[in-house]
Write a protein that binds this ligand. Structure first.
Ligand SMILES: Cc1cc2nc3c(=O)[nH]c(=O)nc-3n(C[C@H](O)[C@H](O)[C@H](O)COP(=O)(O)OP(=O)(O)OC[C@H]3O[C@@H](n4cnc5c(N)ncnc54)[C@H](O)[C@@H]3O)c2cc1C
Length: 405
């Protein structure tokens, strides 16, 4: 079975790996010069299986005027007179009810559990390369509303326990009332993850990577996939898996497929680690900032901006830097070199990614992973690999049936 995976971010690389392991003939095509050059590049680096609440929630709905008016530093939803945004926004609002929030949360939880197990199985192939750099994760409760909510959670820990788990939090400058601790969560540089899976899949399963090729068309014949066209060549394929994150829509539209993916910008800083840097990943919910130890380096990522103006990006990065430095001055070397980055999360209004076969036979989508795409990558890849496995079995059974007749 010849399969083209479009996109070499965390989702595409994981999907190609899972398919290669099953013995398929897999090619990966990306317009960039290497893996992990899009939204995956310098993300928060957290494999976060325990705290997976979607953004669309009754709580977000209550605070919507603050977000729309730009009065919250961490989350800004700017209005734009654009049909795609309006459709996404209406659907987002419909997903803010308690019932939808609970259903979406459950779907994300199931995908997180599958992903955790899937990544453990990938790790068996490369235990030293895929070794975590940060261990466990603490989500801090900084006000009574978060504290009261977190107290209901199985992972709830007191303020004293937060300090026992991560002693460097004594230098934290804000309020800590308690938190949620997830021992099984961890940090790992997404570039290391992608490069490791790429090399392994090439060496062990013969997966081929084509970089610097822009996919221009997905080709179908009689409602069945025929291949793809890039700016350089034609690739024949029995199946195509679209893992193009934010950029999937223009290629899907001619096929009559229009998933509601919309970009939400975020920002990150990569600093040098210090002796005092925490080993545990920490989430500051109030400021929507995550802290992760990557060994020699330290990652600080955060903020959610919808329709941010390009000329405001530098100011947002500066605000992220100043907020982190003020909150946790000892977390990393704030006086050394700092690499700044911005990326756009491919967000579904519900927070539940699109994983499955689309209108055309042999066309699969693995897109819309939003703020937790790295966490969901391995699980979504296994789901696609299983679906394609079933489809192949059915196809062979049909062919066998025809032959017998
Ligand atoms: C600031 C920030 C922090 C984050 N922190 C975390 C975190 O801590 N944990 C977590 O789980 N998630 C996190 N995320 C979310 C996560 O990074 C994304 O959900 C994930 O990277 C999406 O991966 P992807 O493979 O779908 O998209 P991408 O990584 O964007 O990959 C898509 C690929 O498609 C390629 N492409 C696009 N169009 C074409 C074309 N026409 N032809 C060829 N190639 C094409 C691009 O070059 C790109 O490589 C964060 C995101 C941001 C922005």
């Amino acid at each position: 079975m010849k399969i083209c995976v479009l996109g070499a971010g965390v989702i595409g690389v994981s999907t190609a790996y899972a398919l290669g392991r099953l013995g398929h003939d897999v090619s990966v095509i990306d317009k960039a010069a290497d893996v992990s050059m899009g939204a995956s590049h310098a993300n928060g680096a957290q494999l976060s299986y325990s705290y997976i609440d979607p953004l669309a929630s009754p709580d977000t709905l209550r605070k919507l005027p603050t977000y729309l008016l730009g009065r919250d530093n961490a989350l800004q939803l700017k209005f734009k007179a654009d049909m795609a945004y309006m459709r996404w926004g209406m659907s987002f609002l419909r997903n803010c009810t308690s019932a939808r929030f609970d259903a979406n949360r459950k779907a994300r939880q199931a995908l997180a559990e599958l992903s955790s197990a899937a990544l453990e199985s990938f790790k068996l192939d490369a235990p030293s390369e895929l070794k975590p750099t940060g261990h466990g994760k603490l989500v801090l409760a900084q006000d009574t509303a978060d504290f009261d909510k977190m107290k209901q959670d199985d992972g709830f820990v007191s303020y004293e326990r937060c300090l026992e788990i991560e002693p460097s939090l004594t230098a934290w400058q804000g309020n800590i009332l308690g938190g949620i601790y997830a021992k099984q969560d961890y940090a790992l540089n997404p570039i290391t993850y992608c490069k490791t899976l790429k090399t392994l899949s090439e060496q062990k399963f013969g997966v081929t990577y084509y970089f610097g090729e822009i996919v221009s068309k997905i080709l179908s014949k009689n409602k069945r996939i025929a291949g793809i066209e890039t700016d350089q060549q034609y690739h024949a394929a029995d199946m195509v898996v679209v893992c193009l994150g934010n950029e999937a829509l223009p290629l899907l539209k001619p096929l009559g497929i229009a998933p509601r993916v919309y970009s939400a910008q975020g920002y990150s800083l990569t600093l040098k680690s210090k002796k005092s840097s925490p080993r545990t990943s920490v989430t500051d919910l109030k400021n929507k900032i995550v802290y992760a130890n990557l060994g020699q380096e330290f990652r600080i990522a955060g903020f959610v901006d919808v329709n941010q103006r390009p000329n405001n990006i530098e100011a947002r990065l500066e605000l992220l830097l100043q907020t982190a430095r003020k909150s946790w001055p000892d977390a990393a070397d704030f006086d050394g070199p700092i690499a700044k980055w911005t990326g756009a999360r491919p967000m579904m209004p519900s927070g539940v990614p699109v994983i499955g076969e689309a209108l055309v036979e042999g066309l699969y989508l693995n897109i819309g992973h939003g703020s937790l795409g790295y966490t969901f990558a391995a699980g979504s890849a296994m789901k696609i690999a299983n679906m394609i496995g079933h489809a192949q079995t059915n196809m062979m059974a049909k062919q066998g049936g025809h032959n017998a007749a």
